[in-house]
Design a protein around this ligand. Structure first.
Ligand SMILES: [Fe+2]
Ligand SMILES: [Fe+2]
Length: 231
């Protein structure tokens, strides 16, 4: 049962089938997402009662719409910390690196083709994506080469490793902020009417990429890192 005392991260941990609904509402369950609902939405932007009702409704449905990602999170939770780290590297790190290469090329292409009518917004999107890609590549390298190896070898977390993990969490917040900026710039990846198939494909791929990042960061922040710290 979902209540106002739970955070979005708690909700997704217990009911991963709520992810598509939260994505549609652009609610951050991964990079921020750690405050109880009744403390997060104090500005009245969200009707808390209907949000909780709808989440409970989705949580009670027998077959989730996102069956695959639900299973991926449920299976992930059963792994040991070392297996989780291997899994993160073999799945999200690989897929997201490939997606970033493709998006970079596509963005450059639509920037040139649609410069005349959409140059202003595409320049900003192209630039922000380049910064996001650089940050993420450095973040993945830091995880793979420095912090995950330390976590694998120090089964009893020491102060230094825990401090490095909180650096990673800080970087996740930065990525979350860039994603929000990207959602605003692209009007949540809505394709302008006067454009082309490549434009639509680029935005679709960017949306898929962002959703993959959300699951990836959620697994690290809300499953792997707490599990490691408790060892
Ligand atoms: Fe990662
Ligand atoms: Fe990370």
């Amino acid at each position: 049962m979902i209540t106002a005392k739970m955070s979005l991260a708690d909700i997704v941990k217990q009911y991963p089938q709520t992810i598509p609904y939260l994505n549609n509402l652009h609610l951050d369950y991964c990079c921020g997402g750690h405050m109880p609902l009744d403390e997060s939405f104090t500005d009245g932007s969200i009707d808390l009662t209907s949000l909780i009702n709808e989440l409970n409704n989705i949580a009670s449905q027998p077959v989730p719409q996102n069956k695959e990602s639900v299973e991926s999170i449920e299976d992930f939770e059963k792994l040991s910390v070392n297996e989780m780290l291997d899994n993160l590297e073999a799945t999200h790190h690989v897929t997201e690196r490939e997606m970033m290469e493709q998006i970079e090329k596509l963005l450059n292409k639509i920037l040139i083709v649609h410069y005349q009518h959409h140059g202003a917004e595409l320049t900003k999107i192209h630039n922000l994506f380049a910064r996001m890609k650089a940050e993420l590549e450095e973040h993945f390298a830091k995880e793979e080469r420095l912090i995950f190896p330390l976590m694998r070898s120090n089964h009893h977390p020491d102060k230094e490793t825990l401090e490095l993990i909180s650096e990673l969490e800080g970087e996740h917040v930065d990525v979350g902020d860039m994603i929000k900026e990207m959602q605003e710039l692209t009007n949540n990846f809505q394709v302008p009417a006067d454009t082309c198939v490549t434009y639509a494909n680029t935005f679709k791929l960017m949306k898929d990429f962002v959703e993959d990042i959300f699951v990836h960061v959620f697994k690290e922040n809300s499953i792997t890192f707490p599990e490691y710290a408790e060892q």
